[in-house]
Design a protein around this ligand. Sequence first.
Ligand SMILES: [Zn+2]
Length: 216
Amino acid sequence: MIIGHQRQIQLLDLHIRTDALSHAYLFTGPRQVGKMTIARRAAASVLCLKRPRGVLASCGTCQSCTTLASQAHPDVFELSPGGGDAGKAPLRIGDIRDLRVRAGQSAYAGKKLFFVDDVSHSTHEAANALLKVLEEPRGDTVFFLIAQQAQDVLPTIRSRAWQMRFWPVSYELLETCLVENYHILPASAACAARLAYGCPGAALEFCSLPPEILKK
Ligand SMILES: [Zn+2]
């Protein structure tokens, strides 16, 4: 589930429903604030074959939704430095070459969606190669670029992306959500919300819940 960020998700939903998605989005904000969760929810909504009513909604049962849930959707490509491992190596030019090949292929159905996590953590060559990919927009591709600080991303990449900033959510909202949706004791929820500085993924970790639970 998505905790907070109503303005951003309403805008993304509007882009999807009016077929006005940008070629690239740059989501910035603190770690575990919800950037990738929202990018994935947007992707699910874009690809869902039924797309029910509701903000960034997807049915969860159609072929596209189930394939996406099993991380086997042919139109979704995710790249993160070091393959998501701890002690991350930066994104390298070879990673971007793979992405470029995928971006040049036609979508199986509708749109192709690319996630690039920690986009600021890349070699100079990789950043420039990514810029080249972004300079060759295809109508059926959407990039979600994720970073903590916008100023750490090449200005030329920033200028080609729709920038969305994500701030920590209020402690009150986070506490309420932890209590009502995850059955955390109120005192523990209050503590977790503050220790996490309003970042939902971190708060769930403090409650010993895996952040992946937000995908549901
Ligand atoms: Zn669906």
